[in-house]
Design a protein around this ligand. Structure first.
Ligand code: HEC
Length: 195
């Protein structure tokens, strides 16, 4: 059993989140160490994709993105992201969601452009995730959006311009408000379950 004191400390930590990290270094606690601002910053990369809140400073152009893509992405994603050895196309398919032959690409599927930044920043290139700089991710976002016909050849993406890109499938998702289950809580003398 956890002692009451330790349980209380754990509850405090859980509710206060990372900020409470310093509590581990308090007197009597002989393990762990406070987390540094730099360590928190490295983990704090999520972006609110609906409006781009959390997008970092920096920028990148379509042309710069094309160069980085050729160096780091082409092997898996193919020439102009048309599909490669490891993954299918990341271009085209815009409007295909209204047909029974839908084609999933960032252009056809993503409701908000900042999703592209968030995903690439945390997960790509697959062999070295989180190795791209913010400027490189902006450039790659510009390039992939341009290949999908959503921004011009001379587009430069930054926190403002990326969040402003209107994605064609913006209204293609429905909020599913159904409850998972509907049941009255009962622990004794319960009504028989109706077939
Ligand atoms: C080693 C192979 C590999 C490399 C290199 C790679 N990717 Fe990927 N990429 C993948 C795979 C596999 C997926 C699908 C992952 C999944 O669905 O979980 C993917 C998915 C993606 C997606 C999401 C596509 C979608 O339809 O939602 C984007 C965007 C992307 N990669 C961009 C890049 C960029 C930009 C680079 C270069 C910086 C890169 N990738 C390098 C293998 C790779």
């Amino acid at each position: 059993m956890l002692s009451r004191k330790l349980t209380a400390a754990l509850v405090a930590l859980t509710s206060a989140g990372l900020v409470a990290g310093a509590a581990w270094a308090g007197p009597g606690v002989k393990y762990g160490s406070p987390i540094s601002e730099a360590d928190v910053a490295a983990l704090d990369i999520d972006i609110r994709t609906t409006d781009g809140a959390g997008l970092p400073p920096g920028k990148g152009s379509v042309a710069e993105g094309a160069k980085i893509f050729a160096e780091q992405c082409l092997d898996c994603h193919g020439e102009k992201a048309a599909g490669g050895s490891v993954f299918g196309p990341m271009v085209g398919g815009v409007g295909s969601f209204l047909t029974d032959k839908r084609k999933l690409t960032p252009g056809s599927m993503y409701p908000y452009a900042p999703i592209l930044f968030d995903y690439m920043k945390r997960a790509m290139p697959m062999t070295a995730p989180q190795s791209l700089s913010d400027n490189e991710v902006y450039a790659l976002s510009a390039y992939i959006l341009n290949l999908n016909g959503l921004v011009k050849d001379d587009a430069v993406m930054d926190a403002k311009s990326l969040a402003a890109v209107e994605m064609p499938n913006k209204n293609g998702f429905l909020v599913d408000s159904r409850p998972d289950t509907k049941a009255d809580r009962c622990m004794s003398d319960c009504k028989p379950i109706k077939e």
